[in-house]
Design a protein around this ligand. Structure first.
Ligand code: TYD
Length: 253
């Protein structure tokens, strides 16, 4: 059997060369990292859950006309996506204060913001993904003004879609991060949503109880991460309520 060519291995995913030119196979690992990889663990079932959830969000976005890199899910761990040139920015949208914004500005976590706030971080692990302004982005040529207009519009459309989907299942979308890729269609280029959208890159709070259903469960040691992600998947109907868990069964002698 021919071995696939690995293109890149990140903290939570591996990218392999896809079957057609311009495609990539995205493999979701069970590895969890936080605080710029200072905290690490392997969490059984996380990769499969994120694969299913990212498929659900990305294919929903495609359906409503927000372009994404997602083509199809291949199996429990892998999905086929379009190859893109990643813009080196983490695009963060916030509806409620939390995390670094609460720390930076002294706003209590959970405070509703007057309107969605979009922030940009420069994608560089060795620098800890520093917050940057549009001035830095333009001056250093990471994206043009036209790109920034398109990125803002994509980010707000993803926010409306994700907030609505989550609201429908009793979950508050506090904030999230997306990545944007550039694709070329003949003489034209356009920007599309890339990477993943999953509880690894969102803050999701139960509307009734405030329970955290996202990676903060791992960051802040709040219990089982798989239980939290499974809860999101079950509420969305992504995983049938009676299906066998995606974690490995414990073998009894
Ligand atoms: P933020 O509060 O800035 O950072 P932290 O998660 O370290 O407290 O994060 C805002 C949201 O964006 C949160 O849902 C996590 C997500 N995010 C990522 O997934 N990856 C990143 O590199 C960054 C900077 C944020």
């Amino acid at each position: 059997m021919a071995r696939r060519k690995k293109i890149y291995e990140g903290k939570a995913k591996i990218l392999y060369e896809g079957p057609e030119p311009g495609t990539i196979v995205q493999y979701f690992k069970d590895d969890a990292t936080a605080f710029n990889a200072q905290k690490k663990d392997v969490i059984d079932g996380k990769g499969a859950l994120n694969n299913l959830l990212s498929e659900y969000f990305m294919s929903g976005l495609n359906q409503i006309g927000v372009p994404t890199h997602f083509i199809k899910r291949l199996n429990m761990r892998e999905q086929l996506v379009r190859q893109v040139e990643i813009i080196p920015l983490e695009v963060i949208v916030r509806n409620y204060a939390a995390g670094t914004m609460s720390k930076r500005l002294g706003i209590e976590e959970g405070t509703q913001l007057p309107r969605p706030i979009v922030e940009y971080c420069y994608k560089d692990d060795s620098l800890g993904d520093p917050l940057v302004t549009e001035e830095h982005i333009a001056a250093f040529g990471w994206a043009t003004q036209q790109d920034m207009d398109d990125i803002l519009s994509l980010a707000l459309r993803v926010n409306d879609f994700m907030s609505g989907v989550m609201y429908g299942v009793g979950i508050k979308l506090v904030d999230f991060k997306i990545e944007i890729g550039r694709v070329y269609d003949g003489d034209f280029q356009r920007l599309i949503v890339a990477d993943e959208i999953s509880p690894d890159s969102c803050r999701l709070w139960d509307i009734e109880t405030g329970r955290h259903l996202d990676k903060d469960v791992f960051r802040r040691d709040l219990g089982s991460l798989t239980d939290a992600y499974t809860e999101v998947a079950m509420r969305l109907g992504v995983m049938p309520k009676t299906s066998t868990p995606v974690t490995k069964p414990t073998l009894i002698n």
